[in-house]
Design a protein around this ligand. Sequence first.
Ligand SMILES: C[C@@H]1NC(=O)N[C@@H]1CCCCCC(=O)O
Length: 216
Amino acid sequence: MTPRIFVAGTDTDIGKTFVSALLVKKWGFDYWKPIQTGLSEDQGDTKTVQELLQKSGAVPETSTIFEPSLTYMKPLSPWRCTVLEKESSIQVENLKLPASHDGKKSNGIIIEGAGGLLVPISKNSFTTDLIKKLDASVILVARSELGTLNHTLMSLEVLNQNKIPVIGVILNGALNEDNALALSELGVNVIAQVPLVKSLNDAIDCIPTIDLLTQA
Ligand SMILES: C[C@@H]1NC(=O)N[C@@H]1CCCCCC(=O)O
């Protein structure tokens, strides 16, 4: 099985989409956001990833960008979307990787979540259940700045409790060497620090090569 990497955030709006696009470009992976909410006020992350890749001159044949399996209008958790948009509740057990990913030769797939790890998918299931269902390992994207120690350690604690394999943490935002150092000293594998830039090409060298995954 090729790697399935779930890109989770310590919160919503932490830079998961930019980091996901970077990983797709650097490693030549496919991309899939299983559940997209907030389409009434945003074009959605799938489109953003496509645009970032295109602008950076990525070769379109390398990676398949799959459409989300479920989409909702309100900028809320999937659970609250289903309740307030009067849609049927989401059964995590029924969410499957796109069949054409399974059927084709690919380096791996980046799966992007919505918000943080305990975002409810339904009243009795969370993002952690989706990660387990998809049998994925996690790269956690965390803010680089003040507040990140608490949010990162809490998120890693939740992953640990759920026995979800963790590849490491990517810090996103204004470079903060002491936060990176502090996390490393606490035993956290900080795999990259991604500065605030607009173009993937300006941050691509921050991402380690794919050997990282074979070592993990
Ligand atoms: C609107 C955005 N669309 C999306 O896919 N993620 C965001 C939603 C995050 C939900 C966070 C719920 C919470 O933690 O309170």
